[in-house]
Design a binder for this molecule. Structure first.
Ligand SMILES: *Cc1c(COP(=O)(O)O)cnc(C)c1O
Length: 465
């Protein structure tokens, strides 16, 4: 058996990596200079690198390792499935047991009339499916002009052409001539940065009503769907004011616009319910899923679709699918992952046990002189860094300068916490214990202290005017 050695000296691994491996969302020349951190193994909420560091993973990989690392059961299920049926497709009137069983389980877990699943290999692919599915839905209903999808600035819906277009990241749009036509972006409900003098609830309504204005401007007969994350993740864990989502639901109902909830992060317990839609109180027609679906142990995503949408799509041949749609190994692992979540009561752990404990500690970060806002829902949280809490000021330096400094300090202190601009975010494995929460918070405070000292040293403690 060929084993991929991780026993080469770190520097050699780093040099080979920089020479041949192109990294996602990285500047390759910087990476070649610094050398990537080489992760060798992981267990529970801990990752280990080639230098012997034990790092607490405040991000669950990329928001996905909900049940934690080192689950033998998932490895065993994968091995068994590979021996029995490593691959078959579900095109052309065929199926297999893992696809059937996982679909049944997802229909059971998903709220309301969301009872049908179309599989993809990732969240991005699932959103590509959604774009084609909602347009096909309206065409089948005799309204082929209903094509436009309304989304939000600073949203993240993946990195394929459709995913990037639906997303609202300007840095991503700038590369590759995106977005594609037929996607319209409204403002995000980011009260801290954009709320001005409004009261948070008024601001939430104002942002939601931008959807109504957009529908009226674009014409109800041209709009197919609205897509949004229940809580924006990669955009910086932006928790909307309470008034926001009920108003969005009212508008979608009034104009008959399909509502797509991108649950790629919020799904599978992250917010203290099975789905973020339940936490924010909406009734989506389609939910995008990935990440926590398999806890990242296998690449799998999909769309959970309502009875109504499935029925309309079911009346035509939907000319769409991926070689790895409903991959049997990925489906078997995802199913076992969901069974583990049920058996161990992981959603309840987030809602009633370690989630509230983490919330209390996280919100206490407000006492730190550099923290202006500390928000958390379930086990996804963010803090806004500021040189002036009273005025909710941004730093004068380019957005992300201070965040990056703090992220570097976290890395140095063996904590994975990400920065989005000058917000710091966490999304740890859902199985984190109270003791581990204490370690995470202790390292976060140390990193913030050191980050703030460095910001002052470098003359960056200056508010934007
Ligand atoms: C990560 C993410 C995606 C993209 O999923 P991939 O598996 O990386 O393609 C889509 N939507 C949201 C909300 C995400 O966080």
């Amino acid at each position: 058996m060929t084993l991929i050695s991780n026993h080469m000296p770190t520097e050699e691994l780093q040099a080979l990596d920089a020479a041949h491996h192109m990294h996602p969302f990285s500047t390759q020349t910087d990476l070649a200079k610094q050398g990537a951190r080489v992760i060798t193994r992981a267990d529970g909420v801990w990752i280990h690198d080639s230098e012997g560091n034990q790092i607490i993973d405040g991000m669950a990989g990329l928001w996905c390792v909900n049940v934690g690392y080192g689950r033998d059961r998932l490895a065993e299920v994968a091995a068994r499935q590979m021996k029995e049926l490593p691959y078959y497709n579900t095109f052309f009137m065929t199926t297999h047991v893992p696809a059937i069983a996982l679909s049944q389980k997802l229909a059971e877990l998903a709220p309301g009339n969301l009872n049908h699943v179309f599989y993809a290999g990732s969240g991005s692919e699932a959103n590509d499916t959604n774009l084609r599915m909602v347009r096909t839905y309206w065409a089948q209903k005799g309204k082929p002009n209903k094509k436009i999808i309304i989304s939000r600035k600073n949203a993240y819906h993946g990195s394929t052409v459709a995913g990037t277009s639906l997303g609202g990241m300007t840095g991503m749009h700038a590369q590759g001539g995106l977005p594609i036509p037929g996607v319209h972006h409204i403002d995000q409900p980011n009260y801290w940065a954009e709320g001005g003098d409004l009261d948070p609830q008024e601001f939430g309504l104002e942002r939601a009503r931008q959807l109504e204005q957009a529908i009226e401007e674009l014409g109800e007969d041209n709009v197919a769907a609205f897509i949004a994350e229940p809580i924006q993740g990669a955009g910086g864990v932006i928790v909307p004011p309470e008034s926001y989502w009920s108003e969005i639901q009212r508008i979608c109902d009034k104009y008959e616009i399909l509502l797509i909830a991108d649950e790629v992060i919020c799904g599978f317990g992250r917010t203290g319910n099975w789905f973020g839609s339940q936490t924010v109180g909406i009734r989506p027609d389609i939910m995008t899923i990935a990440k926590g679906l398999s806890s990242g142990y296998q690449p799998i995503g999909g769309s959970i679709v309502s009875d109504e949408v499935a029925e309309v799509i079911g009346n035509c041949e939907f000319n769409h699918g991926y070689t790895y749609s409903s991959h049997p190994v990925a489906a078997a692992v995802a199913l076992e992952n969901l069974i583990i979540m049920e058996e161990e009561g992981i959603v309840d752990h987030v809602k009633n046990d370690v989630g509230p404990y983490l919330k209390e500690k996280w919100e206490a970060l407000m006492d730190h002189p550099m923290v202006g806002e500390a928000k958390i829902v379930g086990m996804m949280g963010s803090i806004a860094l500021t040189p002036n809490k009273e005025t909710r000021a941004a730093f004068a330096a380019d957005a992300g300068t201070v965040g990056y400094i703090c992220r570097e300090r976290c890395f140095a202190n063996n904590l994975v916490m990400r920065h989005v601009g000058d917000r710091m975010i966490i999304s740890p494995p859902l199985v984190m214990t109270r003791e581990e929460v204490d370690i995470l918070i202790e390292r976060a405070i140390k990193s913030l202290d050191e980050g703030m000292a460095r910001v002052k040293d470098e003359g960056l403690w200056v508010a934007a005017s």
